[in-house]
Design a protein around this ligand. Structure first.
Ligand code: PLP
Length: 379
């Protein structure tokens, strides 16, 4: 038997991206400039928002989103523990207290009920995540947040290409942060974006990512007259480079194809796994579609092995699967941090695994992954 190596994810990068990056370098303009501006416009349009503000990562985008939402030291920010740890950390960056809420078993997402269970008079914002690409119920959560008078920041790190109620998940959102890390569907190496509909908030975000300056460096260079900038508030350097944006512009053209391919692979997994007892694959919720950034499978007690045994067996057979989405409250960084009981969070993080989905995955690879799981189930 030839040795097989099936990675969990491979970014789709081609010669076009290499060319675009090279052109940016040759142009002499490598810092934030015209390509970033173009990438912002096109990305915002693609996800259904009026304005895009490119930043260095989704993590820095979440930081700026909380500042723009007016979150201050001592405020409480409701977050899912079941998320990449950056979601909870963003609250700490502004001196606020992350308050962990549980998630729904089927979607891995916050619900109105789980948020309401931990809401207090000190709650200033909620960060809801479209986890692994599965949209949360945008209509329900946005309406509840508006009723409560609490800002809803959306962590759409994994959400490009996912939809809710027939629209991209960015449409109608107060403020959303996106990631272009290679583990997401489209990548700029590192990079992120914050999208909003409100022009004034967009202006504030542009200022916050660039040292609090009232004129961007790009505008200053473009002007025929000398422009004297002012620094209006203490802010950050969270800029994206034009080299990254050049790559991102090419990646945008690939998004629809990537989503279609991932959905086809996920559907085939769902069919192949259907008759294996004790495995529940993630699916589209009733109100939307996932881009399957992560295709996870929940292991029931009736399955023949534990999650960690399944991971080990897959690894022994050349398949790089991953543990389920992390639970931030179980990490040392949050040791001793008070929280309510989080049963669904703990269940998903301990008893789910993420299977390989990427453009280079063949049907034969997929059959191999399923065969390993089938053999475990029948032990
Ligand atoms: C990947 C991810 C982030 C962090 O994105 P970066 O661009 O790497 O900072 C934040 N939140 C969620 C839910 C993620 O999956």
């Amino acid at each position: 038997m030839t040795e097989r190596k099936i990675p969990v994810m491979i970014p789709l990068l081609g010669e076009e991206e290499a060319q675009a990056a090279a052109e940016a370098v040759r142009s002499g303009w490598v810092a934030q400039g015209p390509r970033v501006a173009e990438f912002e416009k096109r990305f915002a349009a693609l996800v259904g928002a009026a304005h895009g503000v490119a930043v260095s990562s989704c993590t820095t985008g979440l930081h700026l989103a909380l500042i723009a939402a007016g979150v201050q030291a001592g405020d409480e920010v409701i977050v899912p523990s079941l998320s990449f740890i950056a979601t909870a950390n963003a609250a700490r960056y502004v001196g606020a207290v992350p308050v962990f809420a549980d998630v729904e078993l089927a979607t891995g997402n916050l619900s109105v009920e789980t948020i309401d269970a931990v809401r207090t008079p000190r709650t200033r914002a909620i960060i809801a995540v479209h986890q692994g690409g599965v949209p949360f119920d945008t209509r329900a959560l946005r309406a509840a947040a508006a009723d409560w008078g609490i800002a809803l920041v959306e962590d759409a790190a994994c959400g490009a290409g996912s939809t809710a109620y027939g629209e991209p998940v960015g449409a109608g959102s107060l403020i959303s942060a996106w990631s272009f890390h290679p583990r997401k569907l489209i990548t700029t190496g590192e990079g992120g974006m914050v999208t909003v509909d409100d022009a004034e908030v967009a202006t504030r975000l542009r200022r916050l990512r660039e040292h609090g300056m009232n004129v961007s460096a790009a505008d200053r260079h473009a002007s025929a007259q000398p422009v004297l900038e002012a620094y209006l508030e203490t802010a950050y350097n969270y800029r994206m480079t034009d080299i990254q944006a050049a790559v991102g512009l090419v990646q945008l053209g690939r998004l629809d194809g990537i989503v279609a391919q991932r959905r086809a692979i996920a559907e085939r997994y769902q069919e192949l796994l259907a008759d294996i007892d004790g495995l529940t694959p993630v699916r589209d919720p009733a109100y939307g579609t996932t881009n399957y950034q992560s295709f996870w499978v929940l292991i029931e007690p009736s399955f023949g092995a534990t999650r960690d045994e399944a991971l080990a067996e897959l690894a022994a057979n050349g398949v790089s699967a991953r543990r389920g989405i992390m639970a931030s409250h179980l990490e040392p960084a949050y040791a001793g941090h008070p929280h309510v009981a989080l049963p669904n969070t703990e269940r998903i993080t301990r008893e789910s695994l993420i299977l390989p989905v990427h453009h280079a995955l063949t049907e034969d690879d997929q059959d191999h992954v399923v065969a390993v799981l089938r053999k475990l189930a029948s032990r």
